[in-house]
Design a protein around this ligand. Structure first.
Ligand code: HMG
Ligand code: MG
Length: 313
């Protein structure tokens, strides 16, 4: 195993898009800045989708414009079509992400098009973004199951992934949108995808709906995957996938990777502080287990601060 894992923080986008109460723009900006200070080098800051579909992220231009950018950090945002790209162009963002599903019914529900109709729309986004010098990432949703269709054939995942690479995206993030994957299936699917496209160009995007998120990260690591999407506090979900809950929490995945002796470049203690900040902003405890276990230590209330990786030291 290579000992370096790259985390792609999706909390400010996937994490917030499902929140009913509108979070103030200033809190979103502070969240992104704090995540970067904790050591995250890749942050999905927001989404330039239709604000009627995702009202929470209607302030995308303001968020990207106002965030204090740090050199060397990759800030990214979702873009579904040329209208979204036009809005992204009003900012200085250097990376965008296109997304679609491996199942027809979720694709239709999420972006109002069939899979076939989506390809040319995304292709023109990728071409136009690249012509502007932007990097483009891709997502394949419902890669392990669909809330409407159930099982999703691996062939559909491979097909959509291939189309995205053919368009010119630099990486495809394979999404378990509704958190139905189990480690055996994750290992098998990533082994096939890695043989076809190369493990270094793939990422794992696991929602932890049924508690298999971290086990799925472990299985994907075994298949050679070294980039994972995660969300501070375990926030997240897709409003167009019934029952979809939070992403794997960044705190939990950092704790596990550290314990396994894998490098993330992220400070767990600072992450806990970011998680605590988001609990304050949202006014409720977040699902992260490591956040729950460690916040009292960070607050200095008690010392149960077991540090992952001690056994390796
Ligand atoms: P549509 O309604 O079919 O769009 O939506 P349209 O092209 O027919 O346009 C209708 C109106 O919307 C027009 O305005 C457009 O200008 C406007 P009008 O002429 O009526 O005044 N419009 C926009 N305005 C602002 N920004 C835009 C934009 N596009 C159109 N970008 C569309 C199609 C794709 C836009 C819509 O379905 C949409 O925004 N969907 C996004 C839903 C979403 O964000 N879902 C969550 C993200 S995906 C996810 O969470 C999964 C992931 O995490 C991976 C995983 O977990 O698997 C990535
Ligand atoms: Mg997601």
């Amino acid at each position: 195993m290579s000992d370096r894992v790259s985390l792609f923080e999706v909390g400010p986008r996937d994490g917030l898009q499902n929140e009913k109460e509108i979070v103030p723009t200033s809190s979103k900006i502070e969240l992104i800045e704090r995540l970067v200070r904790a050591g995250l080098q890749k942050v999905e800051a927001t989404s330039f989708v239709n604000p009627k579909w995702i009202p929470q992220l209607a302030d995308a231009v303001d968020v990207v414009e106002q965030v204090q950018r740090e050199p060397g950090v990759q800030y990214s945002a979702l873009v579904p079509n040329l209208r979204g790209l036009e809005r992204a162009r009003q900012t200085q963002i250097e990376e965008v992400a296109v997304f679609m599903s491996a199942s027809e019914a979720h694709n239709k529900s999420n972006i109002n098009k069939t899979i076939h109709e989506t390809f040319p729309v995304l292709r023109e986004v990728v071409e136009a973004a690249q012509a502007d010098g932007m990097r483009v990432r891709g997502y394949v949703s419902t890669a392990f199951g669909c809330p409407y269709e159930g099982d999703v054939p691996l062939a559909s995942v491979v097909r959509v992934t291939r189309e995205l690479f053919d368009m010119g995206v630099y990486e495809v993030s394979i999404g378990d949108t509704i958190g139905v994957g189990t480690p055996n299936v994750v290992r098998e699917r990533f082994a096939v995808l890695a043989a076809e496209f190369g493990a270094a160009r793939l990422a794992g995007h696991f929602h932890d709906t049924r508690g298999t998120g971290l086990a799925n990260v472990y299985a994907a690591l075994e298949a050679g995957i070294r980039t994972f999407d995660s969300s501070i506090g375990g926030l997240g979900g897709c409003p167009y996938a019934p029952g979809a809950s939070g992403n794997i929490s960044t705190e939990d995945v950092v704790y596990m990777l550290q314990g396994m002796g894998l490098e993330t470049g992220v400070s767990l203690e600072k992450l806990i502080e970011v998680g605590m900040f988001m609990e304050e902003v949202l006014g409720r405890p977040l699902p992260s287990r490591v956040l729950a276990a460690m916040k009292h230590t960070v607050k200095g209330e008690c010392d149960n601060g077991y540090t992952a990786g001690k056994a390796n030291a």
